[in-house]
Each structure stands twice: as C-alpha cells, then as structure tokens.
Ligand binder design. Structure first.
Ligand SMILES: [Ca+2]
Length: 438
C-alpha cells in the first residue's frame, strides 16, 4: 500500500512538473502574407477587403504601426527572418530565382527552427520557402521537422507550377503534387500540424502565398502549363482587383480556422501568434499613406502590417516603435528559453510588445539594388545611385514625424545630419558585406 501511495505521489509530482514545464514555453505560430500592403487589411484602414479574423487578432492583441521588412522583396526578408541577421550577411541578399536553382540559404546558417528544435520544440512549416530550389536547401535541412508547400517565389494556385512550368508542391523533400487551391492547402496542413502536435511545444511557420501573383481565386482554373507554356488568359484590371480581394479574404478565412483550431484544443492561452507581410504591396495593393511599394526603399516598400496575439498575456495595444523582421528571431528564441551564442542583428522585442519597455535607439538600414535607406529616429535617408539622367547620387532626407509619405526632401536644410547618416550607411555596408575568408 505504502509503495502504491509513493507511486501515486511520484506520478503526481512528475505530471505536475511536466505540466508546469509544458506551460512555461509557449507554442509559436508565425503567419506571413506575401506582398501584402500596409493598408490591405481592415485593421490597417482598408474599407473594401474583408478581414474579420485578422481584425479580431488585432482587436485582442498588439498592432504595430512602424514594423518593417528587412527586404523590399521576398527572399531577402525571409533570409533575415530565418537568421535574425541583416540578409546582406547571408548568402541570400537577392531574390532566389528559377534560373539559379543551385543557390540558396547556406546550410551553415543557424535558423530559428534549428534553435527551437534544440529547445525541444517540434517544428513545422507550411507554405512558401523561397530560400533555395534545390533539394539540399529544403526546409527539412534547415530545422523543420515537417514541410508541406513550395520552394519557389510563387506557384499557380491550382496547378502548383512555378513561373517556368516546373511542378512545385512538396511533402518534406519529395515532390508530391496534390489537388487544391494553395491557400486552402496551406490552411489544411497548418491545422493538421496543430492537431498532431497539440500535446508538445511546437513552432508552426505559415508563409502564405497570398496575395502574390498569379491572381487566381478559389474557383478559377489553373493556367500555368508544363514547359513554360501559359493558357491564354487575359485579365482586366477590374478582374484582377476583384480576385486580389478574394485572395486576401480566403487567407483571412484560413487564419480564422487556424485560430479556431488552437481554441478548440485550449491552446490559445499558450500560443503566441505573429502575423506580418514579407515586403510592401505590389501593383494591386494599397500602401496608403506610404510612398511607393514592393522593390523600393521608400516606406511603402517595407513598412507592413504586423499583429501579435497571445491570449491572457498581451492586451489590446498599438505599438509605434520602429521594429524589423530580424527582431522576430531573438524574440522567439527567448520565449523558448534559448541563448543565441552566435552573432545576430535583431533584438528581443517582447518587452516592447507587452508595453513594458522600449528598445534602445538604433539605426536601421535597407539596401536593394541601387537604393539604400537608413532610419534614425524620425529621420529617413534615401540614397539612389545612378538615377536615370543624374550623374551624382540622389540624396534625400525626410522627417517621417511630419511627412510620413516622404514628399518633402529636406536634405539641403540638414547637411550635417545627412553627412552623419551617410557615414553610418558606409560603415554599415562595410560591416555587412564583409565576408570572413574561408
Ligand atoms: Ca513578397
């Protein structure tokens, strides 16, 4: 009898300790939209696109108004997200294209998925990778236990062929095409992953394809064919705009289903959810009030919506601090109680998101092709090299505090500040482009 009581006592202590340990590390869900503009969703001011689920996340969570992507296009931002570093320090500072299939994120990089695995998390990814087409760069070789999705920049939402006609839908590192609208498949596999792993700490990375082109709704036809052939498709601007709205609304619906799954398993209090875009919106997007869009270093190219939700831990709040994609890495590794013993550029922003602290003043930088930008407080420096018809660099300075749309160049009025910021840009470039000798 005494033995039995001892057994019961030990069983209780073990279960209790385990339960306590289990609850101390939250599940982490990171949802990324592709090419979603700043004002493409309701809670960021859109009046025609219906996004009730994202609006609900923002209503009960934290809405960031000055969150930036590291890149102004897909792959560079994803590289910074995966590594916590300026992408210029990694092997992927440019877009990984279909024409360069042997290029990808160096396997030596320590991704956040690899770090979380070390902390005992099961790690899953469903959706767009865009950090290397070749099998050796597959997410399963970069820390993800499970991968369903595609490796290129975009696929036909129905036929799953990439831009030049290669089939691109994978289960782990095996090509495994299946029927379905890619946004719905991503939702399906996200839910399946949560169902399967609900009893252990998990990381789920959900990089959606929407609303990146090709513009296809849920009930449209596939139009990319094999061998780089396209079905004869003519879409008017009005049709594209209607489909673009639908693509965002279907993604929002999927995000609602993921949140409902977490709730159904009573995981919502133990799961932190991040949502953001990978760069500013493209031609059909609304980036209001910001200037320009994808592929540009003006605000519209990299200031994006970002919402963080964690029931019972985060409260409705608006955060105006300047934050960046590379900050996600140290934030989630800290939540997983992991020390990063390798250099990264991002900073843990959990204190900011909770409204408990602010981040130290820091300069932030963007670089894309011939454009460079830098942010210091409210000031934004933009340098454009080789601008058409100009012999010298175009130097622009804006004060975002009273000129959020970057309309009035005040560089001539602030020569000392411009010189200081140019020096900081030079130093940053020297620092990030330095590659240690092999
Ligand atoms: Ca993108």
């Amino acid at each position: 009898m005494r033995r039995f009581i001892t057994f019961l006592f030990l069983a209780f202590v073990f279960t209790h300790t385990w339960a306590k340990k289990k609850s101390s590390k939250p599940n982490i869900v990171i949802i990324v939209a592709d090419d979603l503009g700043y004002a493409d969703i309701g809670c960021y001011g859109n009046k025609s696109i219906q996004t009730p689920n994202l609006d609900k996340l923002a209503k009960h969570g934290v809405r960031l108004t000055d969150f930036h992507t590291n890149g102004t296009v897909c792959s560079p931002t994803r590289s910074a997200l995966m590594t916590g570093k300026y992408q210029q320090r990694t092997s992927v500072a440019e877009i990984v294209t279909v024409w360069n299939r042997d290029h990808g994120l160096d396997l030596k990089e320590i991704t956040f998925a690899e770090q979380l695995k070390k902390a005992g998390y099961v790690t899953g990814m469903v959706g767009k990778w865009h950090l290397g087409y070749h099998k050796k760069f597959n997410p399963v070789n970069q820390g993800f236990d499970r991968f369903n999705g595609f490796v290129s920049g975009n696929i036909d939402y129905h036929g799953h062929r990439d831009q030049i006609g290669y089939m691109d839908w994978w289960t782990q590192d095996k090509l495994d095409n299946e029927e379905g609208y890619s946004t719905d498949l991503i939702t399906k596999y996200a839910i399946e992953f949560i169902n399967r792993n609900r009893d252990q700490p998990f990381l789920l990375y959900i990089p959606h394809e929407a609303p990146h082109y090709p513009y296809q709704g849920r009930n449209d036809q596939a139009f990319r064919l094999a061998n780089n052939e396209m079905a004869n498709l003519k879409q008017t601007k009005e049709e594209k705009t209607r489909i673009y709205k639908e693509m965002i609304e279907v993604m929002d619906e999927g995000i609602g289903e993921v949140m409902a799954t977490l709730k159904r398993h009573k995981l919502d209090k133990n799961t932190i959810v991040f949502f953001f875009s990978d760069n500013g919106g493209a031609s059909l997007a609304t980036n209001t009030p910001y200037r320009s869009g994808k592929g540009n270093v003006y605000e519209g190219g990299h200031r994006v919506p970002c919402i963080v939700s964690w029931k019972g831990h985060l409260h409705r709040m608006k955060v105006d601090q300047t934050l960046m994609t590379m900050d996600i890495y140290p934030t989630i590794t800290k939540l997983a109680e992991i020390e990063n013993d390798h250099p990264i550029d991002g900073e843990d922003i959990m204190g900011v998101i909770k409204g408990e602290s602010t981040i130290n003043d820091r300069d932030l930088f963007w670089e894309w092709k011939n454009q460079t930008a830098m942010r210091r407080g409210d000031y934004k420096l933009v340098i454009i090299k080789d601008k058409k018809g100009k012999k010298s660099d175009d130097i622009e300075l804006y004060n975002l505090n009273n000129d959020e749309s970057e309309k009035t160049n005040i560089a001539e009025q602030e020569p000392a500040l411009v010189a200081e910021m140019q020096l900081a840009v030079d130093n940053w470039k020297r620092s990030v482009h330095h590659r240690p000798q092999k």
